[in-house]
Structure formats: structure tokens, C-alpha cells
Design a binder for this molecule. Sequence first.
Ligand SMILES: Cc1cc2nc3c(=O)[nH]c(=O)nc-3n(C[C@H](O)[C@H](O)[C@H](O)COP(=O)(O)OP(=O)(O)OC[C@H]3O[C@@H](n4cnc5c(N)ncnc54)[C@H](O)[C@@H]3O)c2cc1C
Length: 465
Amino acid sequence: MADTDFDLIVIGSGPGGYVAAIRAAQLGLKTACVESRETLGGTCLNVGCIPSKALLHASELFEEANHGTLAKWGVNVGKVSLDLDAMHAGRREAVDGLTGGIEFLFKKNKVEWLKGHAKFTGKDAILVAGKSYRARNYVIATGSSVTPLKGVEIDQERIVDSTGALELAKVPGHLVVIGGGVIGLELGSVWRRLGAKVTVVEFLDQILPGMDGEVRKDAARIFKKQGFEIRTSTKVTGAVAGKKGVTLTVEPAKGGDAETIEADMVLVSIGRRPNTNGLDLDKAGIKTNKQGQIEVDHDFRTGVAGIYAIGDVTPGPMLAHKAEDEGIAVAEILAGQIGIVNHEVIPSVVYTYPEIAAVGKTEEEAKAEGHEVKTGKFPMLANSRAKTNRDTDGFVKVVADARTDRVLGVHIIASVAGTMIAQAAQAMEFGATSEDIAYTCHAHPSHSEALKEAAMAVTGKPIHI
Ligand SMILES: Cc1cc2nc3c(=O)[nH]c(=O)nc-3n(C[C@H](O)[C@H](O)[C@H](O)COP(=O)(O)OP(=O)(O)OC[C@H]3O[C@@H](n4cnc5c(N)ncnc54)[C@H](O)[C@@H]3O)c2cc1C
């Protein structure tokens, strides 16, 4: 292919796309990245991971000062009040700092930002803002957006999606969250901590689909204790927004009598779908599957020579770090190196309080795949650091193969589960057995000792319980 403008054009600057572009440029490829948003960083930095974590952090501080354990520790504060505008300003500062940081990294690594919406005009050419570009290779990293719900129209006033839920100008009296998955529970936690009554309506019989059964059960118990109302096995069939609020119609998931729920606001968070519309993929000869995703092989090839895809637009968990690792791997492959992502070991974290984290297989999955399984569980209540800090909700569960003792999965509910899971992921990446974790010296007193003890419990020998 002669006369190309770039060695590589990446379409989309989310954690998949921007990381792929930077790594490719580091490896000497002449690289451009197309982004239609005003700022770089994709869903994650603009309306996803970062702004949600800013509000989760801020609302946790508010709740701690307002109803937390400060006084029990002898820290007396005066009357606590909420300045929601300042909280939103803090969120925007985090987003601006990090999206600006990607722009800086693009300049530093000489990645050219092509501003505008990209669409294919052929297998080797795209159009951006009226200009045609050609590249030796393309990486599609266009990410995902909110899945709409039939009968519940998002107006971003009374009925919002996750982006709208990050921007509420006042704390709603009653917020109904449709969907008991990660995003609904995180954003529900934010507004509950700030004073809203939050009802979660979930179609399935338990919240947190895909997570370990024991984790789902205990998480529901903890969230209910915090004041969440959780209605499982319930289907939302319609919503009527008026000046004062929203009337939702719900019925049992398996069918039955309908009833209504009155809410001040509704958050629709039933999932996300891949962004492939408007890319004119057919002109490049690329097909999507039933879910609208672009299927790829082990090396992220789409089946059309020179066109690759990574991140949320491809099958697999919709997670920023999965997209990032794929970005690095695809860039290394394009530079003639070996790029690999081990999709068996992708951690996931729910940033509620306590946090919920997992890596590898759930006990149910491991059994369904034919493994004879041994599990070890250790409650945070018996962990000295958690007990001292009075954050004793949760447990660590290690799922190991009964024959080889190899760790198949780790599941944690703990205040710092998101940090603890990194150790489990690394151990699994190195092919660890539960014995390897049990005989690794862990600092005392630390929450991570609960992982060591859960690993010891696989062979029935924890010390502190
Ligand atoms: C509220 C919320 C919280 C989340 N929290 C977490 C979390 O804590 N941890 C986590 O791992 N994940 C989280 N996620 C998921 C995470 O944001 C995504 O998995 C991640 O952003 C996917 O990265 P990506 O690079 O595939 O795509 P995206 O980040 O979606 O980026 C794709 C980019 O491509 C651009 N684009 C699309 N089409 C075109 C086109 N034709 N031309 C030009 N540009 C185009 C889009 O404008 C977008 O900027 C969260 C998501 C949401 C919504």
C-alpha cells in the first residue's frame, strides 16, 4: 500500500485508543488518532470511570462526616452541609486535568489528533471532517454508549442515563435506578450518600449479574443495610415524566400484576452497547455480530487485512483496563512485536462502599466448566486491620482447582477490595496455587492478610478464625 498518510490511524481516543496510539508512536509508527469529542480520553475520562469515582470519593467524605464514625474516634465536626456545586467543580477539575493530560501525552509522543467523526470510505481510507486519510493499518476503538430501554425515554431532565446522573443539579428526593449492575449501584451510592432515597429495580433475581453467587447475596444484604431499597425479579415496562416527577410502571419479571412507583428522578443503567453506527463499516467490509460488536481473533484482527479492533466495541467485559491492555498489545503487534492479553485474568471492581472486586472464574463458572473446586473463605470481621478500622463488612473467597490447587478465581467484598484484587490478579497471571498465596508473607496489619487467610482456608488451615 503506497502513499499512506500514516502507519496507523486509531479511531477513538478512549483508554483503548489513546493507549494504542501512544504505544504505537513510542515504537516508531507514524500515528494519528481520530476523536469526535471536544476532549480526549473517551467515555472513561469524560463521562465514565473518572467523574463517577470523583463523586464516589466526595460523597463518601460527606457521608463519613455526616453519619460516619468520626465522633466515635473522637473527631467532632460541626454541622455538616453539602455544597453540591463545589462537589461538581471537583469532578470537573479531575476530568479536565486528566483529559488535558492525554492531549499533552499526544504532543509529547507526536501522535496527531484528527478532530472529527471518522467513517470508512473503503478498506484503506477514512473520511474525517471532510478530509480523506489513508493508513497502512487501522485500529477501531470507538467504545460504547448507553443502551436505551424501550418505554423509558431518556430526557436528561427527569429520566437520565449515567452521563446525566453525574450532573444532577440537586439531590433528588427519590431516585429509581433501573438496573442493579455496577454503574447503577455506584451512581445510586453517590446520590444515596448525599441524601436521596434510592430504589434499585433489577430484572434478574439478584443484583450484580455475572459476579460470584455468595458475593451477590452479601452485597445485596450490605446495600439494604445502607438504606437501598432493592426490588429484584422486577421489570420496568414504562415511564411517564411530568413536571414533578416520573411515574414508573413495573411488573414481576415472570409476569403478573403491574404497579406504579413514583420517583423524582430515574436513572436508566441497563448496560452499554458498542459504537459502530456511523462508521460505514460495510464500506470496509467489516461485519458486526448480533450484539453489534466487532469480532476479532487472538491478535485483534477483524478479518479485513490491516483493520483491527479493541476495547468496548469488541466482545468481552466493558472495562477501561481491558481496553488499555488491548491497546498496548495491538500496537506491539503492529510494530512487529508480540502483544498478548490474557483475557482469563481481567479484574473488575465495583467502587461502592465496601468495594467489590473479582478476578477469574466464579465458583459457579468453575463448576460449570467441569472443575472440581475447593474454596476458602475468610471474613473481614476476623481481619485485624478491618476490625481496628471498623470496616468489617465483607469477605475474601478463593476458588481453587481441587486437583492442582491452581487458583481459578478470587472474589472480595472489603473497603479496599479494588486495591487488594491486584495481588490476586498477579498471582493468577503467574499461575499461582492457593498454597503459593498462603505461604507468601503479607504485611501486618493489612486488609490483604484476609486474602492470605482465605488461601489458607482452601486447605482448611486459617489461623484467625
Ligand atoms: C459511569 C461509568 C463508569 C465507569 N466506571 C468504570 C470503572 O470504574 N472502571 C472501568 O474499568 N470501566 C468503567 N467504565 C467503563 C469504561 O468507561 C469503558 O470500558 C472504557 O471507556 C472503554 O474504552 P474504549 O477505549 O473501548 O472506548 P471509549 O472510552 O468509549 O472511547 C471511545 C471514543 O471513541 C469516540 N468515537 C466513537 N466513534 C467515533 C468515530 N466514528 N470517530 C471518532 N471518534 C469516535 C468516542 O467519542 C469516544 O470518545 C465506566 C463507564 C461508565 C459509563
